[in-house]
Design a protein around this ligand. Sequence first.
Ligand code: ADP
Ligand code: MG
Length: 157
Amino acid sequence: MTKHTVRTNSPEVTTKLAVRLGELVNPGDVITLEGDLGAGKTTFTKGLAKGMGIRKNVNSPTFTIMKEYRDGRLPLYHMDVYRMEDSEEDLGFDEFFEGEGVTVVEWAHLIQEQLPPDRLGIRILRVEDESREIIFEPIGDHYIGLCKELIYESNCD
Ligand code: ADP
Ligand code: MG
């Protein structure tokens, strides 16, 4: 599997990378975000939204599971499934994965079975106070291409 690791040394650098990804994403793209609490998943999502032209403030949807933003270039469906550990039921995620928008899922492994086979996996590891390792794990040709473009441009690989 193609894997790219980028080290960022501040939230601003993480945001910059995410903004660029937000400029590159296509309708129907699915991005999963993994990482401990405080790793930077929501920070990354905010940057992504900015790159998609969304002006509304994106904050963690932990208590609502899903928030939708429609004021950008494409709709953004931001999900945080942290509280779904015990849920086995199909909550109709497909509607979003197959929709015109871009779906971002924080804690995606909790709904592993319901994820589409092709997707862009992103893992954020806290290295130090302001240092993070952002690991891109694209699955499928589309996401491998997207990732290459992003990494090539950010000149980090
Ligand atoms: P999560 O959604 O993974 O729980 P958040 O994005 O809500 O995490 O919080 C990450 C916190 O870590 C923010 O306060 C952010 O400012 C801080 N931070 C420090 N360094 C970085 C970095 N390099 N990248 C992203 N966030 C960082
Ligand atoms: Mg979060």
